[in-house]
Design a protein around this ligand. Structure first.
Ligand SMILES: [Zn+2]
Length: 316
């Protein structure tokens, strides 16, 4: 089921891809439409892509700059747009405190997977389009007065899917946290395991959870932050085993997608099914934290969870 729901997401990406793929080789901005608009300066100013975003919740047009300044949260209705891993890290850690780990680690096409496009070409494409080497950025930084081992997933890299590199980087981060006496925070955003790596991606579920087991034995806390969307193999492994599980408002969280569940159970799903708010009511998550408060709240939770461990954390 993990593969099915992710498969659908990948298909979605694939369908939009042919339109997007050609530009990277040349200039992205030279569209055929441009010469037509060149005659009117005022129109030209309105047209450039990426200046405005339509909010899917309130349908208002939001100025991109305003959205960036507001941590990608709609200023009108507080809808949380997806945010890149690096932007999110910048919004959470103290300035210049983040030391990235395994920044050069890259996925290998072990199975020589080919479909509509080869895995290798997809990796190359997403590396260029996101500026990331894979779907997670890991490292050690300061949040408030706490040194933390922090991982942030990026949905824009192959749907935030978990392959060998994501699993390995997370495992190394958790192990570094365990060895240095640091709390671990993983911010998830994923469609699940990466089908292009077959069984190797599924093995990451056990590996990451094994490492978290050792972290727990060392009595160090693990905070899992779920953002929109967190599904399938990621939700079925490290994302759902936090000592504290928090989510962003409106985030969709689950194992299989609602359509698959509806088709399988042949039952009407309750309103708000798989939203963070629904899962808070049903006890799966502990708190919903708006992005603007995330840093402050994580810092407070760490104050509480790291009580009595301050010395080891600051020594690490
Ligand atoms: Zn809105």
């Amino acid at each position: 089921m993990a593969t099915t729901s992710f498969h659908k997401k990948t298909l979605g990406l694939e369908t939009s891809e042919p339109a997007v793929t050609p530009p990277p080789s040349g200039a992205e901005t030279t569209f055929v439409k441009k010469p037509k608009l060149a005659s009117s300066k005022s129109k030209k100013r309105e047209i450039p892509e990426g200046l405005w975003e339509k909010c899917p919740k309130c349908s208002n047009m939001v100025y991109d700059k305003e959205l960036d300044e507001n941590l990608k949260v709609c200023p009108k209705c507080s809808h949380h747009f997806s945010i890149g891993a690096r932007e999110r890290i910048n919004s959470l850690v103290e300035t210049c405190s983040f030391e990235e780990m395994d920044a050069e680690m890259k996925s290998v096409d072990v199975l020589e997977f080919t479909g509509a496009a080869s895995y290798k070409s997809k990796l190359e494409y997403y590396e260029k389009s996101t500026g990331l080497k894979d779907a997670v950025v890991t490292g050690i930084g300061m949040i408030g007065s706490h040194r933390v081992a922090l991982a942030v997933m990026d949905f824009s890299f192959l749907g935030g899917s978990m392959g060998s590199v994501v699993g390995e980087k997370l495992t190394r981060l958790i192990e570094a946290g365990t060895n240095k006496g640091l709390p671990v925070i993983i911010i998830s955003s994923s469609g699940g395991a990466r089908m292009y790596e077959g069984m190797f991606s599924l093995m990451q579920m056990a590996k990451t959870c094994g490492a978290l087991g050792y972290l727990g034995r060392a009595k160090l806390p693990y905070i899992s932050v779920l953002t929109n969307p967190t599904y399938a193999g990621v939700m079925a492994s490290y994302a759902s085993v936090g000592d504290l599980i928090i989510a962003e408002p409106g985030a969709m969280i689950g194992f299989a997608g609602p359509r698959v569940i509806k088709d399988t159970t042949q039952a009407e799903l309750p309103p708000g099914f798989q939203t963070a708010e629904f899962l808070l009511d049903h006890g799966l998550i502990d708190a919903i934290v708006p992005r603007s408060e995330m840093k402050m709240r994580l810092s407070c939770y760490l104050d509480f969870l790291m009580q009595g461990q301050g010395r080891s954390a600051s020594l690490g």
